[in-house]
Design a protein around this ligand. Structure first.
Ligand code: RTP
Ligand code: MG
Length: 136
């Protein structure tokens, strides 16, 4: 089933010049870009995006990090795009969970700086796409 997912290349991915690498992996998987934008986001957008984590110990530093520098936001579409991108990304902890061959497993070391975000469910994808690309 064709679906859409919200992907972020977080500020660490942009600063480490991994934008092309991430996009290449998305395209080689067979997924397509439906929208893409380089932007620096407000604290309000970051807090809304990560609202499910409000109150957790890492929330404030996560919001500070996400707003610290430009990131690349995109809408990626294709068959089962939501789980397909999560598979490309790998688990949240780049060492303990992400395996080699995934974006986080190949390039990540620290959980907070795990390079990419991908929506985790159809409900999250709908909410996040409306937040990042209203009207798409
Ligand atoms: P994301 O939402 O960014 O795609 O990542 P995820 O689903 O794999 O992980 P999630 O549990 O939603 O956590 C969101 C982001 O918060 C940071 N984090 N830091 N220090 C920590 O223990 C910790 N735990 C999570 C990571 O940047 C994670 O991607
Ligand atoms: Mg998440």
């Amino acid at each position: 089933m064709t679906e859409r997912t919200l992907v972020l290349i977080k500020p660490d991915g942009v600063q480490r010049a991994l934008v092309g690498e991430v996009i290449a992996r998305i395209e080689r998987k067979g997924l397509r870009l439906a929208a893409m934008d380089l932007r620096t986001v407000s604290v309000e957008v970051a807090r809304t995006h990560y609202a499910e984590h409000d109150g957790k110990p890492f929330f404030d530093s996560l919001v500070e990090f996400i707003t610290s520098a430009p990131l690349v936001a995109m809408v990626v579409e294709g068959d089962r795009a939501i789980p397909a991108f999560r598979q490309l990304a790998g688990g949240t902890d780049p060492v303990e969970k992400a395996t080699p061959g995934t974006i986080r497993g190949d390039f990540g070391l620290i959980t907070q700086f795990n390079l990419v975000h991908g929506s985790d469910s159809p409900e999250s994808a709908a909410r996040e796409i409306a937040l990042w690309f209203p009207g798409l």
